[in-house]
Design a binder for this molecule. Structure first.
Ligand SMILES: *Cc1c(COP(=O)(O)O)cnc(C)c1O
Ligand SMILES: [Zn+2]
Length: 436
């Protein structure tokens, strides 16, 4: 794979192929389809796997000046685009924090817990990893407008990458259900924001209708190129572990694009010999938005959408678009799907935050779910677990204010103290701090 080391790629899009996961039909990848035209099935980008790869086949960031993206480094396992077509904001390269405090909280008494912090991406969430590939594809095929429906982070990411690519973006958000920080970010980054009177599922449904009849590039995670970028979360964490697979990789599940991407990444890394065993994927939903957990509990026999209710707005999705791709991921990794109540989510978030790491509410599902599964005996207490924190702490400051400063503060609330402007009062604060 010397061609990958030097960053050389073919100058055309001829090699791009997408395949229907239901009927197996192939389609050329140089067009904007997100469902199989023949049967409606979800599409996968095809990566050639009849070869062996070694860690040296990934681009050394130092070797390609200007291409320090933590996504495109792994292009040996990504769809192929010409170098000069890549739309990047140098996403990825996120830290993996090993935390004893989080391990103890999860009950991993003999194991360890690593937090893979995707909040360290350019717009503050893992969505950037998928968006760099989607916008690269959109630009390469000459899309004139890109659009998504979003609970907030996808819109901020699309706004940023569309502006980088110089393509107009339309973003549909469920009215009144997106955090002020995410809405503000999206507006400021220049997307045309449309507030839909309905929930996320309603917004995605009308947008999909529009993309069928109009020439609009759909950037939701049903788009087969977004999961390709999101696969690099897994490649990067495996690399950070010296390509020794952990026992478990845990992540929140909303629309399930990430669960789909993670399973594909693990299958591919295994197929080309980068890892010698596949870790179990653990997808964690909020109890009020857990159609995938119910599907799992039925032995993947019966799926039914739900009306979603949870404080974790990023995973407040009642009818996940990638449910069948995600099922495949859970089945091929011997994975588990579970759900946690909002109180557990908020408790885990408070622990992640107070450990100095911080994340948005949905991210805390990773830790809360692992804690539940350790307690129930489904994850061994001496397991090595990597939990993905999907976005940063500033993504939902409303939730922080409610928990710590609100009328009904959470159990671990850290309320500011109010004092008169007097030395004695401040000394009392110091004394309390020293004896806490
Ligand atoms: C998008 C998002 C999720 C859910 O990811 P899916 O791929 O939709 O399952 C979880 N957490 C955060 C912060 C997100 O932005
Ligand atoms: Zn098909």
């Amino acid at each position: 794979m010397a061609s990958n080391r030097t960053g050389q790629t073919p100058a055309t899009l001829d090699q791009l192929v997408v395949r229907c996961m239901d009927c197996g039909r192939d389609y050329p990848g140089d067009q904007a389809i997100t469902r199989c035209p023949a049967c409606g099935g979800l599409l996968d980008a095809i990566i050639p796997l009849d070869r062996t790869l070694t860690p040296q086949d990934f681009i050394d960031p130092a070797a390609v000046p200007g291409l320090t993206s933590g996504v495109w480094r792994y292009r040996a396992l990504l769809p192929t685009f010409p170098n000069d077509a890549i739309v990047t904001r140098y996403e990825g390269n996120t830290p993996l924090y090993w935390s004893e405090r989080l391990a103890n909280y999860a009950g991993l008494t003999g194991g360890r817990f690593g937090a893979k912090h995707e909040g360290h991406n350019p717009t503050g969430s893992f969505k950037d990893r998928g968006m760099t590939v989607a916008l690269t594809h959109a630009k390469a095929i000459g899309a004139s407008v890109v659009a998504c429906a979003s609970t907030g982070n996808t819109s901020a990411s699309l706004a940023s990458y569309a502006a980088t690519a110089g393509i107009p973006a339309i973003v549909l958000i469920p009215e009144g259900k997106v955090s002020a920080s995410k809405l503000g970010q999206t507006v400021a980054l220049g997307a045309r924001v449309v507030q839909v009177e309905g929930d996320f599922d309603d917004a995605l449904a009308i947008l999909r209708e529009l993309t069928v009849t109009h020439n609009v590039y759909l950037a939701n995670s049903v788009n087969p190129y977004r999961p390709e970028g999101q696969k690099t979360i897994v490649f990067e964490l495996l690399e950070q572990l010296g390509w020794r697979a952990p026992d478990v990789i845990a992540l929140p599940g909303g629309n399930l694009g990430n669960t789909a991407a993670f399973g594909k990444a693990l299958s591919e890394a295994y197929a080309v010999g980068l890892i010698d065993r596949v870790p179990r994927l653990v997808t964690v939903q909020a109890e009020g938005a857990a159609p995938f957990a119910a599907y799992y509990d039925s032995g993947f026999d019966h799926y039914a959408p739900v009306h979603a209710e949870t404080i974790a707005s990023a995973i407040k999705i009642g009818n996940p678009a990638s449910v069948e791709r995600a099922r495949r991921s859970i089945q091929t990794t011997g994975g588990i799907v579970t759900a946690v109540p909002d109180t557990d989510l908020l408790d885990a978030k408070a622990v992640i935050d107070a450990a100095g790491i911080g994340a948005e509410p949905a991210s805390a599902a990773s830790l809360a779910g692992v804690r539940k599964l350790v307690r129930e005996g489904h994850i061994s207490a001496d397991a090595t677990v990597v939990g993905v924190l999907t976005a940063n702490i500033l993504k939902d400051t409303d939730a922080i204010a409610r928990y710590h400063l609100g009328d009904e503060p959470g159990e671990r609330a850290n309320r500011p103290v109010r004092i008169p402007a007097e030395m004695a009062a401040l000394e009392k604060v110091l004394d309390d701090a020293l004896h806490a």
